[in-house]
Ligand binder design. Structure first.
Ligand code: C2E
Ligand code: CA
Ligand code: CA
Ligand code: CA
Length: 275
């Protein structure tokens, strides 16, 4: 067309349209996947920085769709949250991760821990505590083998309510990790006021930890601060030995990242655990 201004508007509308129809498509796939058992979990090893042996893993959700292939959670989790489907999906993931881990512990004799991501939408539903208690009861996973990964930015609760909720979780015996630490804005308050077992340093801090002195200092300070508060530290997204060296130097407790392993399917995590 001769009218470039109009073309721009058309293009803009088209990309918005594309995004909308992609979201609608994913929502459709999500509904279908839940009904047809096309949702599954991958497990990424977390290793001890001292022994370099696996002490646990994080459960990461995937969808195997016939039409769209394997879907990434970065794409479908926000849609699951907006639609409310995350409540059932998250409960399913929690149960699946706990049952899988209970079986693995029984077979291997190794007391691994499983870390499960909990969405703010799940957390803010009154039924979540009951779901958690039911899952522990029914799967018979030792509660201390379960760690809930909760992002600080997802704590819509007042600090007081969130602290009460976390204490209730800990009454059950489960552990709590503050996920994506450093990306929110409330960090220090949470560390002193909330009962937190583990702090997970976000990958964005780890990326330049070896290349950028300021990032090195930040990591050192976070680790020291957490340890002084009796909180364990795990680094996510560790990809090379330079990063590992620094994390070893500052005595970070646990490491997760491609340097050791990508997320594995249920068969391969068994093999990894058996060494
Ligand atoms: P997250 O909780 O921060 O999980 C870590 C992400 O970093 C995972 O991506 C993992 O595969 C990736 N990762 C780990 N190590 C490395 C590394 O060394 N290099 C790089 N480049 N990436 C690494 P994934 O599996 O795509 O998950 C993305 C996000 O989706 C998660 O971020 C989490 O926020 C969300 N998510 C995944 N599973 C669930 C779930 O079951 N429930 C909820 N609510 N959210 C989930
Ligand atoms: Ca996580
Ligand atoms: Ca039972
Ligand atoms: Ca992260």
């Amino acid at each position: 067309s001769k009218d470039t201004g109009r073309n721009k508007v058309t293009l803009f509308n088209k990309s918005m349209q594309d995004e909308l129809s992609r979201s609608a498509e994913i929502l459709e796939v999500l509904r279908h996947a839940i009904e047809n058992h096309e949702v599954f979990l991958m497990y990424q090893p977390q290793v001890s920085i001292i022994s370099k042996e696996i002490i646990g893993y994080e459960a990461l959700m995937r969808i195997q769709s016939k039409t769209l292939g394997i879907l990434s959670p970065t794409e479908f989790i926000p849609i699951a949250e907006d639609s409310g489907l995350i409540v059932d999906l998250g409960a399913w993931a929690l149960r699946e991760a706990c049952q899988f881990t209970k079986n693995l512990i029984d077979e291997s004799g190794v007391p691994v821990t499983v870390s499960v991501n909990i969405s703010s939408i799940q957390l803010n539903r009154a039924g979540f505590f009951t779901t958690l208690a039911d899952v522990l009861d029914q799967t018979e996973l030792p509660p201390e083998c379960l760690e809930l990964e909760i992002t600080e930015s997802s704590l819509l609760y007042s600090m007081y309510d969130a602290a009460t909720l976390f204490k209730n979780f800990q009454t059950l015996g489960v552990k709590i990790a503050l996920d994506d630490f450093g990306t929110g804005y409330s960090s220090l308050n949470y560390l002193t006021k909330m009962p937190i077992n583990t702090l997970k340093i976000d990958k964005s801090f780890i990326d330049n930890i070896a290349a950028n002195k300021k990032d090195t200092y930040i990591a050192e300070t976070i680790i020291r601060l957490a340890h002084n508060l009796n909180i364990h530290v795990i680094a996510e997204g560790v990809e090379d030995n330079n990063q590992l060296d620094i994390l070893e130097q500052y005595k970070c407790d646990r490491i997760q990242g491609y340097l050791f392993s990508k997320p594995l399917n249920s068969k391969d995590i068994r093999l990894y655990l058996e060494g």
